[in-house]
Design a protein around this ligand. Structure first.
Ligand SMILES: [Zn+2]
Length: 270
């Protein structure tokens, strides 16, 4: 391995040829090396040339000729407000700075990261998100919420909790409870017991994200943040529910589903 740039790495391929053979061998070696290429970065601006703006808790990086550049004052304001809301809700103080990359299109996000959607690298205080326009962009809070609890609470014991808190605190106006009510109505609801461990990734992802977010919000709203923080890092999720809340998963799931069901009645379903 020859080095890392952000979250990618490069391999060095080394060979020796007699100097008399060099001209003949060079094109063969070049072809071989280019056959390893996995990403077409033509037309993509290298990270080192992105514009940047620092605020109290973030450094934003973005294409200088982009909607993010045009909207950067609003972006700073929204993310700093979101940061305050997130740290206030989970009752932590966090002084680290988050490196926040705003990609101008899904295509560029994919070509530069090989990931189809935005993501966080919590350990490294990095968020990578889509910001194509005011309409086509990721939520302000989701990826930042992956970073802040990681450095203050610890690693979540379940994806249900880690993604759940990111959805619950995404700072969007989406009504996740209503989506859960719709999923129940459409018979797409996934029992929480099927969202534990690695199974979380094998389920309908809309259900996995929205149910996790709505359930986490319910636990925090009804039972308080202190209990939730204990649960978040508990080694055995099912046993911890019983110890911390005095209920098993099935009972809490029923209580939560009853609590979100009024979201049904607010609007009519098709
Ligand atoms: Zn997430």
């Amino acid at each position: 391995m020859v080095g890392t740039v952000l979250h990618r790495f490069g391999y060095a391929i080394y060979t020796e040829v007699p100097s008399d053979d060099f001209n003949q061998m060079a094109p063969i070696l070049e072809n071989m090396v280019s056959s390893f290429r996995i990403s077409n970065l033509e037309g993509v601006i290298p990270y080192a040339q992105w514009s940047r703006r620092s605020s109290a808790h973030f450094t934003f990086y973005y294409y200088s000729n982009s909607n993010a550049a045009r909207d950067i004052d609003t972006i700073v304001f929204e993310h700093e407000s979101g940061f305050d809301n997130i740290t206030r809700t989970i009752e932590v103080s966090y002084h680290g700075k988050v490196d926040y990359y705003l990609y101008p299109s899904e295509n560029i996000l994919y070509r530069m990261t090989r990931r189809p959607y935005g993501f966080a690298m919590a350990e490294d205080n990095e968020c990578h998100v889509l910001y194509a326009s005011r309409q086509e962009r990721q939520s302000v809070g989701h990826e930042a919420t992956h970073v802040i609890p990681y450095h203050t609470l610890g690693e979540p014991s379940e994806t249900l909790l880690g993604e759940g808190i990111a959805v619950a605190l995404d700072q969007s106006s989406d009504n996740h409870d209503k989506t859960v009510a719709e999923l129940i109505f459409l018979d797409r609801y996934v029992p929480l017991a099927s969202l534990l461990g690695e199974n979380w990734f094998k389920q309908d992802q809309l259900a996995a994200y929205k149910q996790s977010g709505s359930f986490v919000k319910f636990l925090i709203d009804r039972y308080g943040i202190t209990k939730f923080k204990q649960l978040y890092v508990s080694e055995n999720f099912l046993a911890a529910l019983q110890t911390i809340y005095g209920w098993g998963l099935a009972e809490l799931e029923d209580e939560w589903k009853t609590a979100v069901s009024p979201a049904w009645e607010e609007e009519e379903f098709p």
